[in-house]
Design a protein around this ligand. Structure first.
Ligand code: UDP
Length: 343
């Protein structure tokens, strides 16, 4: 096939685009993108375009313990989190029993509050999840599907890795280089600073659309809610600032949700370091679909329109209104390719 790839932005790669900032530090302008997958097919496919560096992601939350002392504790909640937060010294089985004694399980588990209250009880829920979620989504966890906080499970072990996937690696030279190799083919033309509807439909047979699905259909049934972010980037004249790549700030009195120090992710050696602070926002570029029943119902109406538009294929987070990780988007794209190419 001959392919014209268009993007309204001045670069390829969407929000996974990375680049060097003015100081020469490799950053993710649209916030931290950390690759992890259990899919051998996804890893093999991407490995055609990049080498990898091993990277296991770790996150700490800046909180006050039950005794009111400031501390940076592991997220997901694990044995260390529980012991330091409550000033205890419990073994793994004891942590399991202690959390069970705190937990407030409900049946059925429906919301993001149900998930966390059912696993760790109200004290850890309020400190680690309620404020963060309220800031991130503009909603209380009780107003969000269970799938949102279920992304961050609870552990009784000391394992403080954010992800447990079999493959935890970052593209050795960054995402943009990987995309560059993917697009380096004589049948592929890239046109930037161009909107999909700037291209005359008479010049192509089929369209793969990755923008917001409601925008494609002219917001016919009203707007699908998306959550946005504002990123504040800064470079600091010291080699390292944080112990780990990401510090979360669940405190509702702090306006941002998290700060990322990119050199942890990229492994870059550099005398300076660059940080990105995330401020959630209602307005701005769409970054997250908002998982809750009324939004899913509205999406289903757009999905019916999409299904009735066979010469346009909708893929990705925005076009299928799914809170997908990068590997899930790649898997969706590969499955879509299989379907399109089937005889
Ligand atoms: N979350 C939270 N506190 C945390 C980390 C996560 O409340 O310290 C909740 C919050 O609602 C967040 C969701 O869990 O949006 C999913 O977290 P994840 O880190 O997967 O979000 P992403 O990296 O996709 O923004």
């Amino acid at each position: 096939q001959r392919v014209l790839l268009i993007d309204r932005r001045p670069h390829v790669g969407g929000n996974a685009y990375d680049c060097h900032d003015a100081a020469g530090v490799l950053i993710h302008p649209y916030g931290p993108h950390i690759f992890h997958t259990n899919s051998a097919r996804v890893l093999e496919y991407l490995s055609r375009f990049t080498a990898w560096r091993p990277y296991e992601h770790r996150v700490r939350a800046q909180v006050r313990t039950a005794q009111g002392r400031p501390a940076q504790l592991p997220v997901p909640i694990n044995r260390t989190t529980v012991n330091v937060f409550f000033g205890l010294n419990l073994s793994e089985p004891e942590v399991g029993g202690f959390l069970a004694s705190q937990a407030q399980p409900v049946q059925p588990v429906r919301t993001s509050a149900d998930v966390v209250l059912g696993a760790v009880g109200p004290a850890l829920y309020r400190t680690f999840f309620q404020g963060y979620t309220q800031k991130q989504w503009g909603l209380d966890p009780s107003e969000l599907d269970k799938s949102v906080t279920a992304r961050v499970p609870t552990r009784i072990t000391d394992d403080d890795r954010y992800f447990l996937d079999e493959h935890q690696v970052m593209p050795a030279e960054g995402y943009t280089r990987m995309f560059g190799r993917m697009l380096d083919h004589s049948n592929i033309t890239v046109r930037l600073l161009c909107d999909y509807d700037d291209v005359d439909p008479a010049t192509y047979r089929s369209l793969i659309y990755t923008g917001p699905v409601d925008a494609y259909f002219g917001y016919r049934y009203g707007r699908l809610p998306y959550r946005s972010l504002r990123f504040e980037h800064a470079t600091i004249c010291q080699a390292q600032v944080q112990d780990v790549a990401v510090i979360n700030y669940p405190d509702p009195a702090v306006p941002h949700t998290r700060i990322t120090e990119f050199k942890h992710l990229t492994g870059q050696g550099h005398p300076q370091t660059s940080l990105c602070t995330e401020y959630p926002a209602a307005e701005g570029d769409p970054y997250y679909p908002i998982p809750r029943p009324e939004n899913a119902a509205l999406y289903r109406k757009y999905q019916a329109l999409a299904d009735a538009t066979p010469d346009v294929t909708f893929v990705g987070r925005l076009a299928t209104y799914k809170y997908y990780n990068m590997d899930q988007v790649v898997a969706q794209a590969l499955a879509t390719y299989d379907r399109l190419m089937a005889p």
